[in-house]
Design a protein around this ligand. Structure first.
Ligand code: MG
Length: 224
């Protein structure tokens, strides 16, 4: 059984800044920080981003702070998604439709989004029905932890006695490539996020593409 694990932001969709807006609104409303320090967000997990913001502003890294952050973030994200102009990235809808119809393929998520945030984003862009399982950014500050979670979830999701004979990660950042390697998965890197193709190629993905719109080529590589 072939397992394909998709990143969300920069790979399936661009939210047009909805996520960042929600982060900023959360820091302002919940923690009184009008101008949050820049922390890296591309390829990161929500848990890791929150931890870095707490550290940058000398807020205690407590479970209570995380829960406040999460509740506010999800509320603002739901509010922001319809107000920002995002899009499904090129080729994504056709690729997912083609893959969904294949008997020996299972589609999952490998995303730094918290699970509820991932569902909000995918539902808004009409993509939530493709993915039945995944690894998410609720617990892991490090993306490699999310990859391990996604692999575990895929094993639980497969029919009894079935093992994945191949696992692919499809993502838009160097961290997607390195986390794929951490679970011995193959990787397609796609340059529709914030990294150009040459920058991704430096991390030696199995394939680097400008976008996901060459359907036949992608199916050949992924499915064979
Ligand atoms: Mg991404």
């Amino acid at each position: 059984m072939l397992v394909l694990l998709f990143d969300i932001d920069g790979t399936l969709i661009s939210t047009g800044g909805a996520g960042l807006n929600a982060l900023r609104a959360t820091m302002r409303e919940e923690f009184g920080i009008a101008e949050p320090n820049d922390v890296p967000v591309s390829g990161r997990t929500d848990r890791g981003i929150a931890r870095d913001l707490f550290r940058a502003h000398e807020l205690a890294e407590t479970e209570a702070h995380w829960q406040r952050f999460l509740d506010s973030y999800l509320r603002h994200l739901a509010d922001q998604l319809p107000r920002t102009r995002g899009r499904v990235l090129p080729g994504v809808a056709s690729l997912l439709d083609a893959l969904r119809g294949l008997e020996r393929v299972r589609l999952g998520l490998l995303t730094g989004n918290v699970q509820a945030g991932a569902r909000l984003k995918l539902r808004h862009y009409g993509l939530d029905s493709y993915f039945a399982f995944g690894g998410f950014g609720d617990r892991h500050a490090d993306r490699d932890g999310v990859a391990a979670e996604a692999l575990d979830a895929s094993r639980e999701h497969l029919p009894a006695e079935t093992q994945p004979d191949r696992v692919w990660v499809i993502g838009d950042t160097p961290m997607d490539i390195t986390c794929a390697r951490s679970i011995s998965a193959r990787c397609v890197a796609v340059a529709t996020g914030s990294f150009p193709r040459e920058a991704l190629e430096a991390y030696s993905p199995d394939l680097a593409v400008d976008n996901l719109d060459r359907l036949d080529h992608l199916l050949e590589v992924l499915v064979g």
